[in-house]
Design a protein around this ligand. Structure first.
Ligand SMILES: Cc1cc2nc3c(=O)[nH]c(=O)nc-3n(C[C@H](O)[C@H](O)[C@H](O)COP(=O)(O)O)c2cc1C
Length: 325
């Protein structure tokens, strides 16, 4: 892959801006997609908690079709940090890419314990705080729904690790930019935007919700415009690098997030459905750079500058009395 795609992200050097969204590469999972992990700029690992979490009652998934995406209500099923590190350290090391470990907890002190332990291993390049999962009775998502708890969490974890801290935020709140600003002030190194959207579906035959937990996280194409708008707003408001996520399923989708201000992009649902999409995205981004005679960094946030230029031109026209009908 060409040098054009190389990025600096929160002090790390990645070969390219593509990562897999947390929850898609699951070392303990059965029937997981065969992802080309070795080709990615970084690999984001499934969220892990201090103790084993069994997950919610099944069904965990409801497929909403190719146009919309899917609901999941897994509830961050994971073996807990002890078994995870015992059983999967060799597999993680063999990936040979910068690893971003996602942390799941419902108490600040557990996030802190996880951060300290994961840092100690020397295995991970960065930590992502999952303060945004809607499938754990809202307890975890609550950290990302208001500036103050977000600030307190990031500040506490900052004291436990020298690794870059990536705050993964929820769209399920009125003002994501305010939460992002609070994370920046507390010492976050970067942001991931967005986690799944709180949603639900009903089976009209049974009259019951389609997932075991009534509500679930919506992912895939349906959330792309929402995610794109949030990436734009946060890029305009906060000076931190962003991993854009939400319904990215092609190079064109990925490019939109980069133009809106994401330095990197994460793919979830589309990678589950069709793992080769990862290679296609890399090829497409490389071609987009070649076509425009720039490296990928030159495209980050470009649409903000183009929009400002257009606004200035419109204002100049108006001031000169030109008719713009
Ligand atoms: C099956 C599944 C499992 C997920 N598990 C996690 C998780 O453990 N931690 C997390 O932060 N996000 C998790 N997510 C959210 C994704 O990382 C991502 O933010 C979201 O799905 C939006 O991206 P997408 O539309 O490309 O899937 C999960 C998503 C899916 C579909």
């Amino acid at each position: 892959m060409s040098q054009r795609l190389a990025v600096r992200f929160a002090g790390m050097s990645w070969d390219n801006p593509l990562t897999v969204a947390s929850g898609i590469y699951v070392p303990w999972g059965r029937d997981m997609p065969q992802l080309p992990l070795g080709e990615l700029g970084a690999v984001t690992c499934k969220s892990v908690s201090t103790e084993p979490w069994p997950g919610n009652v099944k069904p965990w998934f409801a497929d909403l079709g190719a146009d919309l995406g899917m609901l999941n209500a897994i509830g961050i099923r994971n073996p807990g940090i002890d078994d995870y590190l015992r059983d999967f350290t060799d597999e993680l090391r063999a990936i040979g890419r910068p690893l971003i470990q996602s942390l799941a907890a419902v108490r600040v002190e557990d996030f802190c314990r996880l951060a300290a332990r994961f840092t100690e291993t020397g295995l991970f390049a960065a930590l992502e705080l999952n303060m945004s999962c809607p499938n754990t009775d809202g307890a975890q998502m609550a950290f990302g729904q208001a500036p103050e708890p977000a600030h307190d969490l990031v500040r506490a974890v900052r004291a436990e690790t020298d690794l870059p801290i990536i705050a993964k935020l929820t769209p399920n709140t009125a003002d994501v930019a305010a939460v992002a600003r609070a994370c920046a002030e507390a010492g976050a190194s970067a942001l991931t935007l967005i986690n799944t959207v709180l949603a639900m579906d009903i089976d009209v035959r049974t009259g019951l919700p389609r997932t075991g937990l009534r509500t679930a996280g919506l992912s895939g194409p349906a959330i792309r415009p929402l995610a794109l708008r949030i990436v734009w707003d946060v890029h305009a408001a906060v000076d931190l690098p962003i991993i854009g996520a939400g319904g990215i399923g092609s190079a064109e989708d990925a490019l939109k997030f980069i133009l809106a201000g994401a330095t990197a992009v994460a793919v979830g649902t589309a990678a589950v459905r069709r793992p080769p999409v990862m290679g296609e995205i890399l090829d497409g981004l490389d071609a987009a750079c070649a076509e425009r005679g720039t490296d990928i960094a030159g495209l980050v946030g470009l649409s903000h500058r183009l929009l400002a230029e257009r606004a200035a031109a419109v204002a100049a026209d108006r001031d000169s009395g030109a008719v713009t009908r």
